[in-house]
Design a protein around this ligand. Sequence first.
Ligand SMILES: [Cu+2]
Length: 482
Amino acid sequence: MLSRRALLVSAAAAAAVRPATLSAQTAPAPDSAESARSATILQLQRRTIEVNGKPASVFAIRQPDSTSGIITEVGKRFSVRLQNNIDQPSLIHWHGLTPPWQQDGVPGISAPPIPSGGSADYDFPLRFGGTFWMHSHQGLQEQSLMLAPLIIHDDRNRPSDQEVVLMLNDFSFTSPEEIFAGLKKSGSMPNMTARSPQMASATGMAQQGAVAAPDLNDVKYDAFLANDRTLADPEVVKVEPRGHVLLRVINGSSMSNYHLDLGQLKGELIAVDGFRTAPVIASRFPIAVAQRLDIRLAFPREPGAYSVLAVLEGDRRQTGIVLAVGRAAIARFADTTGTPSPALTLDLERRLHAVRPLTPRRADRVHTLNLTGDMARYIWSINNIAWNKDVPPLPIAKGERVELVLINQTRMPHPMHLHGHEFQVVEIDGKRFSGAMRDTVLVTPGRRLVIAFDANNPGLWAFHCHLLYHLDAGMFTTFRYV
Ligand SMILES: [Cu+2]
């Protein structure tokens, strides 16, 4: 079933978002037989997994040999034929990549959805390496695991490194449409977290000195998955004694932010959202919805079992995998922690510094985007406008340095994602700094962040909250330039 927004977007597609100046650009389909032959086939499929001892019907994005997603190399082309083998329309977004806008995979913005039984071709150069992912931008399919890793190797892959990909997901046996309907009824469903109908204003919170308790985890999930499994039966990855691991963590959850907990290990964080940062060594790292962490781990010679856990923010529940050195006995890891974890903060974000930041430059254009909402009616918005087909794109121009001032006036954290461009975090709560390059940044309640990007990829682009039901409820807007 399509969501209301997806229907609106689809209806808008032909007329509203196809100005002649933009559609005159390169068409997405590679028409030469040669590029079609060398393309990687990705199939949208239905599959059954087991969660909490029960079968669950979910989606997959797989190659014909069952490989989930893609592992490729920087400098190669992203050359993919996407086949829709499910019984409904779909379209896949290559999260964090910078394709021509028509290949970005947002229904009604970039291209129409691919009908059941249809296919679409993608072909563009890969400008940078890193940890990325792909997911449906159609309706609420992402909640049903229509997603997969998209890994681009580069010189961060040392020959001695063992690569481990950790995909995190939230899972419910309730259909996403029912979850969304329940949220719209504002807490009337038994599995929805109770909440205050009043939204505190950011100014109000700031004046109080202490921010009111944040409102976390709208949806009560049945399970949290790490590579499709829970801690009742986790994935166990064998690691050589004194081995080195490059751990690539992808938060593919629809609504859940986590603290990654390396337990006794210390990890060296070397990249966020694919982009290299000055290393940060720690055993816990925050990871918001849609974000990625690249972490180097070094293991001792002695046999041992090491858990890599993701603890839900503000909660006791967790998921994870086990890295086993030598012939280690695998202990059972509980799926809850002793005490609830805190809410995510911006403490790590303030410490991150891009290895290759934007060249310092004055902004040519600044857009202030207040993140707003009406919790009681579950309407989420930007500058109090819930997105619909009549909202005009925000103007920018090719070649400009653009800054977005993001002010969270709600009590929920919002992971904000810009399509088609990498950005840099340049200011948090009034303090300028040369922060991380990213594609998704968490704006916590009451906070003000500034991100900067270069308008170097003309087209029509989405900018939105990556919490699936916030996105669908209207916290979404677009940029357009030629
Ligand atoms: Cu949001």
